[in-house]
Design a protein around this ligand. Structure first.
Ligand code: PA5
Length: 468
């Protein structure tokens, strides 16, 4: 039997170029000047592949994938609710993939139609939200998947401690089968807890940071539990890796994407708007926002110079935000680059009936499909931006599938790494986030944070409490 031809996504950057949008655009000459820097970045990323284990996740997990598929099937047979406890890189990827691949109202479907447990991604600690979650769970039919690379994040650990106590009160101690832990390979508290409670554990390989972990067990287990084909997700990522293997920027989509964004940063376009025209991809924009913000927002470069680098990501949704944000994008400050994501083929479609032929103002819609309408709206937005000389680029998914989604995720991860190289910054640390985490530990009395506590009390002395 002939294997189905698998489709590759297309990255179209015409509307980023001067030829198309005029003086605000990037010229061919600018790209030519940067060609050797992109080649150097590609080589450097290839040389560092060993320390960047996230690059090899599409290839390195055969045994883990089988274990994940088996665990997912056990969960499916034994539980009705799957609750992910995690935050940041430990939550945004799983949420994005779930919402991209599953129906919008997945949790409202019957168990037969869902083909998986109800899914909850709990990435906040607002007590009202936790109470609201507990109100809808049957704890006896719930598995809690705790995801924390460090095993130290206060929010996730607090949630874990609350749930663990609650389960113990329900089961008089034996709670192992209600917990799954996903954490660092060797270190961290979750390994200790997993051992104590006898829980199934998956490990995040060294060299896979939180926001680059979606293609590890962090993202794969929650996806597999809901019947998402994780092998195809990884296959898609591998296809994108191959597509971006060249040192020649004209043959490397991630390298070209990165170069263009860097050029625009130099021109003062410090905002990157991610605007999918696929409703289920709104959380892909959220995931991208973290990837772009935490990776590129850096005070110093690799040589110690103060650079204050970065580009603020803004999540936007077509068509919804056409009716709230677009006015600003078209006529506001020249500080944005817009990225559209669209698909040639939605999983469903509706033909708009000519229900009121006598009303000229709306009868023109009759006979068109909703997929046609949403894509025409995207092209019209692109046109409005073009007319105003504003840059935009479009990623076309031939269809919405695990294969195209895997490509998309890997594309953004690699593009981010390329920008890191071009800006000469460390795209893989997050000292700003650590500062805030450490301050919280100090205030709450964690041992080893006494110095931080002193620093905080010095700041308090300056606080004049100016308020109404
Ligand atoms: O990308 C990152 O490294 C962060 O966003 C982390 O994912 C986030 O802070 C949660 O950390 P952890 O997974 O260690 O609990």
């Amino acid at each position: 039997m002939q294997e189905k031809k698998l489709s590759l996504l297309r990255f179209c950057y015409n509307h980023m170029m001067q030829d198309m949008i005029g003086p605000q655009g990037v010229s061919r000459e600018e790209i030519v000047i940067m060609e050797s820097r992109v080649a150097k970045a590609a080589k450097s990323l290839e040389d560092k592949r060993g320390e960047m284990a996230w690059r090899d996740l599409p290839y390195s997990q055969d045994d883990v994938v089988e274990d994940i598929i088996k665990t997912a099937s056990d969960i499916n047979n034994n539980f009705d609710h799957f609750v992910l406890l995690g935050i940041g890189g430990s939550a945004l990827g799983p949420l994005a993939v779930h919402r991209a691949m599953k129906p919008t109202y997945y949790n409202e479907l019957s168990k037969e139609d869902r083909k998986g447990p109800k899914m909850f991604v709990e990435d906040n600690i607002d007590p009202d939200r936790i109470k609201s979650l507990l109100d809808v769970l049957d704890i006896k039919r719930t598995v809690f998947c705790v995801i924390s690379k460090s095993g130290a994040t206060a929010e996730t650990m607090a949630q874990t401690m609350i749930i663990s106590q609650m389960l113990k009160e329900t089961y008089y101690g034996d709670i192992g089968k209600h917990f799954i832990m996903i954490t660092d390979q060797e270190k961290g508290n979750l390994n200790i807890i997993a051992k104590k409670e006898n829980c199934k554990t998956f490990h995040i390989p060294r060299g896979v940071g939180g926001r680059f972990s979606q293609l590890s067990s962090v993202g794969l287990l929650p996806a597999a539990v809901c019947g998402i084909d994780i092998k195809m997700l990884l296959k898609g990522a591998a296809a994108m890796d191959k597509q971006c293997a060249s040192e020649d920027v004209w043959k490397n989509p991630a390298g070209m994407g990165a170069l263009l964004q860097v050029q625009y940063m130099k021109k003062g376009r410090n905002i990157s708007v991610m605007m999918p025209y696929i409703d289920g991809f709104r959380y892909i924009a959220d995931w991208y926002a973290q990837l772009w913000a935490e990776s590129l927002g850096k005070r110093i470069d690799n040589d110690g110079y103060v650079v204050f680098s970065g580009q603020t990501p803004v999540k936007s949704l077509g068509v919804t935000d056409q009716h709230s944000q677009l006015q600003l994008y078209v006529e506001g400050p020249h500080d944005k680059v817009i990225t559209f994501i669209r698909t040639d083929k939605f999983r469903n479609d509706f033909t708009i009936p000519n229900a009121y032929p006598e009303i000229d103002d709306i009868s023109f819609l009759g006979g068109h499909t909703l997929s046609e309408l949403i894509n025409v709206e995207q092209e019209s937005t692109e046109f409005a931006l073009y007319k105003a000389g504003r840059p935009s680029q479009t990623i076309y998914l031939p269809e919405i599938s695990e294969y195209t989604l895997g490509q998309l995720l890997y594309f953004f991860e690699l593009e981010t790494a390329f920008v890191g190289e071009l800006l000469n910054i460390n795209a893989f640390d997050q000292p700003g986030v650590e500062e805030s985490k450490n301050a919280a530990y100090a205030v709450l009395g964690k041992a080893g944070f006494e110095e931080k506590r002193k620093e905080l009390s010095e700041k308090e002395k300056l606080n004049k409490l100016l308020q109404f």
